[in-house]
Structures are given as C-alpha cells and as structure tokens.
Ligand binder design. Structure first.
Ligand code: NIG
Ligand code: FE
Length: 413
C-alpha cells in the first residue's frame, strides 16, 4: 500500500532510537507533504511528495490533508473483567474515596467475585469488544494484566483469555501476572499464605503454560507492602518475569525505588512522588508510566510529569483501562489529559503514548514510531489544521482510518 499526500507524517524517529529520556521527549520529528510505502505488514519506505518514486502498488491511498501517526502503544491495562462497576460511580460522586469504596467490599474484590463466576468464553467476548473499541481509537499495541482472579484457577483463567486475545487480534499484546492485586478475603489475616500460593503454586503453572510476559504487584499501603512485593518480584525473576509494578498511586512509600532495585521495565501511576523518586528515576532505565485518566476519574493528584521530564526520567502515558479506577481505554483522551493536566506539550505527550509506551512493553524495536522495517501499525487522522488539534479536541477521536500490519483494519463487531 502506498499512502500519498500526507499532510504530516508524525514520529519519524531514527530507527535505533528505542526510548526518549527527559528533554528528548520535546522532539517529535515529522515530514510535511509526505508519502509512506507499506509492504509485507511493515514500513518499507517514506519520503517527500516532491521526490515520490514511481511505485507499482496494488493499493494507493491519498491522505489528502490528513496526518499519519504511529499507533498508540498502551502499556498498562486491565481490560479482562467480568462486569463494570457503575454502582461505585454513585458512591464516588457522593464523596467516597477509592480506598473507602475498596474497604467497604467494593473495588478489586468486587471485581474478583464476579470474575470467578464468569466463563473463559464470556471474558474473552467482553474483552474482545473493549479491545476492538480501543483499536478503532488508534491503539496498535497493548499490555493486559490479570489481577481480578485472586485464586490460582481464576488467575490462570484470565491469563488464558489474554493468550486467546493474543492469537485473535492483529496487534502485539503483552500479558502481565497481577495476582498480587489485593488480598482475597480468605487471606485477609494470612498475607503470607496468599504470597506462598502465588510463589509456590501459581508461578510454576504460569511459567509452564507460558502465560505471562511480566509480573505486577499493587505495592501500596493496605495492599502489598514493600517487603511482600519484594518476595514476589524475587520469585518471579526466577521464571524470567520482569516487573511492571503499580507504584506510588495513593502514597509515596518506596515502591518506585523498590521497582528500580528489581530492574522493573516500568513503575506505573506515580501520582504521589517526592524528590527521592525523581532522583531515582533520573538515573534509571525503568520507565515511569503515567496514567492521567485514573487521576481524572478517581480525583487523585496528577503525576508530576514536568518534574520527571526535568529530572531526565523516561516517561510513558497509558490508559489503565479497568472497571474501578479508569473505565476508559481512549488513548486520545489520555494524550489530551497529558497536555491539559500534566502540562506536557503535544509533542511530549504523543511521544510518551507511542515510542515510550512501546518501550514500556519492550516492543519499541517493532512499533511506536515511523521507521523502515517497523510494523505498519498506524492511523490516518481526519483532516486537521495542526498536530496540536488532536489533543486540543479532547473527547473527540480524530482517528479516521486504522492500519494494522499494512492493511486497513475493519473490525469484527
Ligand atoms: O491501576 N491500583 C490498582 N489497580 C487498578 C484499579 C483496580 C480496580 O479498582 O479495579 C488501577 O488503578
Ligand atoms: Fe492499573
């Protein structure tokens, strides 16, 4: 496929650039009035319209005033769940906090009860609908976590659903084991019992079926302590699972530093940070993944993106799509919030949601920018006046045509 008359081809980073640190995020290279050639599912070549060679292609598409972006790379989601939780919405509006709702039997345990009763088929169907919606909105690579099973059997059920999604969808998917998301009721007073179950029973089974790429822990007061998190990360490392952890969402208590110590690919959330966190990330290759739709939805502080960028950290943006804290997987909105609430420039936010999101899934050699040899996962916008129009027009998708593996995506819904 040859795409011609592209108003601007966005994100043409040098192929060897696998992530952007600190002020590097300011640079979002683009070509104006460009063409792009796709072949065998990959980006074959691109250039300026004034230098368009004569190609024999089966399919030519004129973008005619539209922009071409690399697909969003959403590196943190929980899209396998049995039911939404609108009942918590009213409580939240009435002033209850996320912690209060969870403590009253809502939250993660509520989702776990429902998921334990759902069949693999039901979970696959509902997650497929969510994923299809996300793809329509421009997502072209994704990470999906378990964490609503909270038993050996149900965590395996969730991971098998993710494995089926990997096989059924035309985008790269990474799976993360998040059995340590909350303590199930029967282990409320026996934390070590649940940790032992994860380490001695679940991890070996997950490894034997090759069901996970990463390990995650909700390292937070009232959930998993630093010491408990450390035990799980150490055990998972024996199976080659690197951490991507929930850190500093509700309090700042050393979770980021712990993740870095365990060579985490990413530490995610970081709504609560201090100088030590900035300093630790400034010297680390661990990516700080920020989830502004979560802050927006549960009314908690927004992460200090500017401080992190000024500290030379590597930051990514992701959706955190889940039924409790973020019932949305719209990366266009995430990018808008990155600009509006995290005070990132459109260039910084788009880089954080593409190349650095890809890096937070160790996929940036394949997706996340427009480079020869990378996967042809991209989207063509509606006609736009400028790059900034995309985050500016918040809540409205500017994504008009989705291309995955070099072909126009037609969803199955
Ligand atoms: O990333 N913080 C932990 N996990 C999710 C929320 C889970 C839920 O409320 O169901 C999050 O915000
Ligand atoms: Fe999350």
């Amino acid at each position: 496929m040859l795409i011609t008359h592209i108003k601007a081809l966005i994100g043409v980073h040098p192929k060897e650039k696998l992530f952007l640190r600190g002020s590097e995020l300011n640079q979002l290279p683009f070509l104006e009035n460009a063409w792009l050639l796709l072949e065998d599912g990959l980006i074959k070549d691109f250039g300026l319209m004034q230098n368009l060679p004569k190609f024999e292609t089966g399919h030519e598409l004129s973008a005619d005033g539209r922009f071409v972006f690399p697909s969003w790379c959403d590196s943190h989601t929980h899209i396998v769940f049995a039911a939404p939780r609108e009942e918590e919405f009213a409580l939240k509006i009435a002033g209850k906090t996320y912690e209060e709702i969870a403590a009253a039997g809502g939250g993660i345990l509520n989702s776990a009860n429902k998921l334990q009763k759902a069949t693999e088929e039901e979970l696959f169907k509902s997650a497929s609908i969510r994923l299809t919606d996300m793809i329509r909105q421009g997502t072209g690579a994704i990470e999906i976590k378990s964490g609503y099973g909270l038993s050996v059997e149900s965590e395996l059920k969730m991971l098998r659903v993710i494995k089926r999604l990997k096989a059924a969808f035309p985008i790269p998917i990474k799976a993360t084991l998040l059995a340590a998301h909350a303590y199930p009721a029967e282990f409320k007073n026996n934390h070590q019992g649940y940790i032992d179950l994860i380490i001695n029973e679940l991890l070996p089974k997950v490894a034997a079926e090759n069901l996970a790429d990463y390990i995650d822990v909700f390292c937070e007061k009232g959930f998993f302590s630093n010491e408990e998190t450390g035990q799980i990360l150490t055990a998972a490392a024996n199976y080659g699972l690197k951490p991507k952890i929930h850190a500093n969402q509700l309090s700042s208590s050393g979770a980021v530093e712990l993740g870095i110590k365990h060579n985490a690919v990413s530490v995610d959330h970081l709504e609560e940070t201090d100088e030590n966190v900035l300093l630790a990330l400034s010297k680390s290759n661990t990516i700080a993944t920020l989830l502004p739709s979560c802050s927006f939805y549960i009314n908690i502080p927004f992460a200090n993106a500017k401080g992190l960028i000024n500290s030379n950290a590597i930051i990514a943006l992701a959706s955190d799509y889940n039924p409790g804290s973020t019932p949305s997987g719209n990366m266009n909105f995430v990018v808008s919030l990155g600009c509006i609430k995290l005070k990132m420039t459109p260039e910084q936010a788009i880089n954080a949601a593409t190349i650095n999101g890809a890096a937070a899934m160790e996929l940036s050699d394949q997706v996340g920018s427009i480079a020869i040899g990378k996967k042809a996962n991209l989207f063509i916008t509606r006609p736009m006046t400028s790059l900034a129009y995309l985050p500016y027009s918040f809540g409205q998708s500017q994504v008009e045509t989705v291309i995955l593996n070099g072909e126009i995506y037609h969803d199955q819904l």
